[in-house]
Design a protein around this ligand. Structure first.
Ligand code: HEC
Length: 111
């Protein structure tokens, strides 16, 4: 009985932590890489719906990177968006952005 319970708890923690760890990592990336040009935190993120963030972050964040590569105003971000680091970060960033998207509070999308 005890063992089963322990197993259950372990499984529970294991199934939860990867997500929250990714969200946390994503937040760190966002603060470090995005806030200098965009408004901090939710004000910026909560403008977009989950679907839009997911679209921007698909293919390891390629659409988001492309969008910045096309804009001269975003020149200072080019190094980052071209780097391997970005492609590694993108997974976490996506989790974070989706977590705080406009309709993340399970509000039904009405568009
Ligand atoms: C060097 C400044 C800079 C950095 C760093 C930067 N951006 Fe941007 N970003 C811009 C500019 C400038 C635009 C507007 C591009 C255009 O339309 O000309 C933009 C546009 C966007 C857009 C689409 C515009 C909108 O509001 O719909 C999103 C989404 C976005 N950035 C997210 C991010 C995220 C996430 C990061 C961090 C990984 C980031 N940006 C890092 C400068 C930056």
């Amino acid at each position: 009985m005890n063992k089963v319970f322990l197993l259950f708890i372990t499984f529970f923690i294991l199934s939860l932590s990867p997500l929250s760890a990714a969200v946390y990592k994503g937040q760190k990336v966002f603060v470090k890489k995005c806030v200098k040009c965009h408004e901090a935190g939710q004000a910026f993120i909560a403008k977009k719906k989950i679907k839009i963030w997911k679209n921007l972050m698909k293919k390891k964040g390629k659409p988001l990177a492309d969008l910045h590569m096309k804009s001269n105003k975003a020149e200072k971000s080019w190094n980052y968006f071209e780097s391997k680091k970005y492609y590694k970060d993108s997974k976490h960033l996506k989790q974070f952005l989706v977590e705080y998207a406009k309709d993340s509070g399970n509000v039904p999308a009405c568009d």
